[in-house]
Design a protein around this ligand. Structure first.
Ligand SMILES: *Cc1c(COP(=O)(O)O)cnc(C)c1O
Length: 517
C-alpha cells in the first residue's frame, strides 16, 4: 500500500507531506495541524493479537499500520529504545483494576513519572530519525534546538526525551519560583550534554510569550542558522509525532484487558481522560477509529472547564473565562489546541469550517459549531468538571476504599468517570504518579482544603521528604527512583534570566556557544 501523507486541518498547506516532514515541521504551513490522509483500521483479531507482543512491538505494529515513511526495521529499533528499561515496569503502562469494571491505565512508569513520557520518550527518536532521513534526501541542511516554555511537567519530560539526541539540543524555561520543589529539582539536576534549563522572572504566561517572541524573531532565526547551523523547534503537543505514541496505549490496553480475561474481545470499553490540551483524549478517539471497541469517551475537566462546557453546549468560549489555579496544574489550560483535529474529523474533514472557527476563536475568543457537528460531538463524548475540593475528596475516598493513591489529575478523571459512567467497564487514564504532587495528596489525606497552607513542620519538608512522610503514613511503596533520589543529586542549572526577548535570545546564544566549543 502507498505511503500515508499528512494533510492539514485548515486546508492552507500547499501539498501533503510525509510523516517525517510532519514531525519536523510540527505546525503545518498556514497554521493548521497535520493529520494522516488515512486512518488505518485493524481487525479485532489483529488487536487481540497485540497482547502477545512486548509493548515496543505493539507500538511498532501501530506505526507500521499508519505507513510512515521510515523503514520497518528502523521503527522497531526506535521503539525498542523508546520503551525499554527507561520505564520502571516492563509492561510499560500496566493496568491496575480497582474493581471488575474500573481499570486504571498507569501512564507514569517512565523516567519523569508523568504521562508525557509516553510520547516524549518516543517523539525525539522519531524526530532525529526523520531529520536524518530528510538530510539524506537533501531536504534539510541544519540541526535543531528545541525551546520549551513549561509550567512544570512538560519541560522535564522533554529534557529527558531529547537528552543526548542526535542533531538536537534542548533549552527549557520555567517560571522562577512558580514550580514545585520536586519539579524544580527534576529540571535543575537534568543530565545530558545537550541540555540547558533557565528560570525566567515572571509567571508561566511571561515564559510562554517570551518563547513565542523568540520563535517569531526572523532576524534571530537567520543568525542562528548562519552562526550555529540550527533552527528552533518546539516539539509541542500539537506535533503529530506526539499524538501517535498515545494512540498506541489505548489499543494496547484494550488488547491487554482481553488477554487478562477482564473483557471479551469485541466488548465495549468506555475511556475517561483527564484533559487539558485534548491530546490524550484525541488519541483515544483515533484508537477507536482504528477499530478498538471503545464506547463513550469521557472528557474530565478540573475547574478550568472550557472543554466540558464545549462538549455540553457546542460553544467554545474563553471571552469571559478566568484562568483558575487547581491541584491539577497540567490541566489548567484555556486554549485546547488539539480540539482542532477532533473537529476536523467530526466534520468529515471540512477544512473551511475549521479555518472559520479558528478565526472566530482568535478574533472573538469564541466559536460555535453547527448542529450536525455538535450532534457528532455528543455521540462520541460526554464531559464533566470536578472542583478542587471534590478532587481531593476523591483521592481520600479511593485510598480508603482501595488502598490506592491517585494523583490529582487522575482523581479528576476518577470522579468524572463515577459521574458519567453507564453499563460499560471504564478505563481511566492515569497521567501522573501521586508523588509528583505530594503536597495536594497530603492535603487530601489530612482533610486540608485546596489552597490552604500545610502545617508548618510539613511545609518545611523538601518534596522528597514529604513523599517519604506520605509513604510512611499510607504504607505506599515504590516511590519512583527518579523522584526519590532528587535531594541527593547535584543542581546543574540555577541560572535565572529576564523574560524580555533579548534576555532569552542572549541566553540561547550563550548555550549554543557553549555547545559549539
Ligand atoms: C499534560 C497532562 C494532562 C493533560 O493532557 P492533554 O493531552 O493535554 O489533554 C493531564 N495530566 C497530566 C499529569 C499531564 O501532564
Amino acid at each position: 500500500m502507498a505511503e500515508n501523507l499528512y494533510i492539514d486541518t485548515r486546508g492552507r498547506a500547499e501539498r501533503p507531506v510525509p510523516f517525517t516532514q510532519a514531525v519536523i515541521d510540527g505546525l503545518a504551513e498556514g497554521g493548521g495541524l497535520y493529520v494522516p490522509e488515512r486512518v488505518p483500521e485493524l481487525s479485532l483479531d489483529e488487536i487481540g493479537a497485540l497482547a502477545a507482543l512486548p509493548y515496543a512491538q505493539r507500538a511498532a505494529r501501530i506505526y507500521e499500520a499508519y505507513r510512515i515513511d521510515l523503514p520497518a526495521d528502523t521503527i522497531e529499533a526506535l521503539m525498542a529504545q523508546a520503551y525499554g528499561d527507561n520505564f520502571d515496569d516492563e509492561r510499560i503502562c500496566p493496568i491496575t483494576s480497582l474493581t471488575a469494571s474500573t481499570h486504571v491505565l498507569e501512564l507514569w512508569h517512565g523516567p519523569t513519572s508523568a504521562f508525557k513520557d509516553m510520547a516524549l520518550q518516543c517523539l525525539p527518536k522519531f524526530f532525529s530519525a526523520s531529520a536524518k532521513q530528510l538530510r539524506e534526501q537533501g531536504k534539510l541542511d541544519h540541526d535543531f534546538m528545541i525551546l520549551v516554555a513549561t509550567s512544570g511537567d512538560t519541560g522535564k519530560a522533554a529534557l529527558e526525551g531529547f537528552r543526548d539526541a542526535e542533531g538536537t539540543s534542548i533549552g527549557v524555561m520555567y517560571p522562577d519560583g512558580g514550580v514545585s520543589d520536586i519539579q524544580f529539582k527534576q529540571m535543575a539536576t537534568q543530565r545530558g550534554k545537550n541540555v540547558q534549563v533557565w528560570g525566567v522572572r515572571g509567571n508561566f504566561d511571561d515564559c510562554q510569550s517570551g518563547a513565542k517572541n523568540v520563535f517569531s524573531d526572523e532576524a534571530f532565526a537567520a543568525r542562528l542558522l548562519d552562526e550555529h547551523g540550527i533552527a528552533l523547534s518546539s516539539a509541542n503537543s500539537i506535533n503529530w509525532g506526539r499524538l501517535m505514541p498515545q494512540i498506541v496505549y489505548y489499543v494496547s490496553a484494550y488488547a491487554q484487558l482481553v488477554a487478562d480475561g477482564k473483557l471479551g474481545l469485541g466488548d465495549e470499553l468506555d475511556v475517561c481522560v483527564p484533559t487539558g490540551n485534548f491530546g490524550n483524549i484525541l488519541a483515544a478517539y483515533y484508537a477507536k477509529r482504528m477499530g478498538t471497541p471503545l464506547g463513550m469517551l469521557f472528557c474530565a475537566s478540573n475547574e478550568n472547564r472550557v472543554l466540558t462546557d464545549f462538549i455540553n453546549t457546542g460553544t467554545y468560549d474563553i471571552a469571559q473565562r478566568d484562568f483558575v489555579l487547581t491541584p491539577s496544574p497540567s490541566m489548567d489550560i484555556l486554549v485546547s489546541s488539539n480540539l482542532e483535529r477532533q473537529l476536523f474529523e467530526l466534520t468529515g474533514r471540512n477544512a473551511a469550517a475549521i479555518a472559520g472557527w479558528m478565526d472566530d476563536l482568535r478574533e472573538k475568543r469564541r466559536f460555535r459549531v453547527d448542529e450536525g457537528t455538535f450532534a457528532k460531538v455528543r455521540a462520541q463524548f460526554s464531559a464533566d468538571s470536578v472542583d478542587n475540593a471534590t478532587c481531593l475528596a476523591a483521592i481520600k475516598r479511593v485510598f480508603d476504599e482501595h488502598g490506592y493513591l491517585l494523583d490529582p489529575h487522575t482523581a479528576v478523571a476518577y470522579q468524572a468517570a463515577e459521574n458519567l459512567r453507564g453499563e460499560n467497564p471504564v478505563l481511566i487514564a492515569s497521567t501522573a504518579h501521586w508523588a509528583k504532587f505530594g503536597d495536594n495528596v497530603y492535603r487530601a489525606l489530612h482533610g486540608i482544603a485546596p489552597g490552604d497552607p500545610l502545617p508548618d513542620d510539613v511545609a518545611a519538608l523538601s518534596g522528597c521528604a514529604l513523599n517519604e512522610l506520605i509513604a510512611r503514613e499510607t504504607g505506599a511503596t515504590g516511590i519512583p527512583r527518579g523522584l526519590a533520589e532528587l535531594d541527593g543529586l547535584p543542581v546543574r542549572f540555577d541560572e535565572v534570566i529576564g523574560n524580555a526577548t533579548d534576555d532569552i535570545e542572549a541566553a540561547v546564544t550563550r548555550f549554543l556557544d557553549r555547545l559549539d566549543d
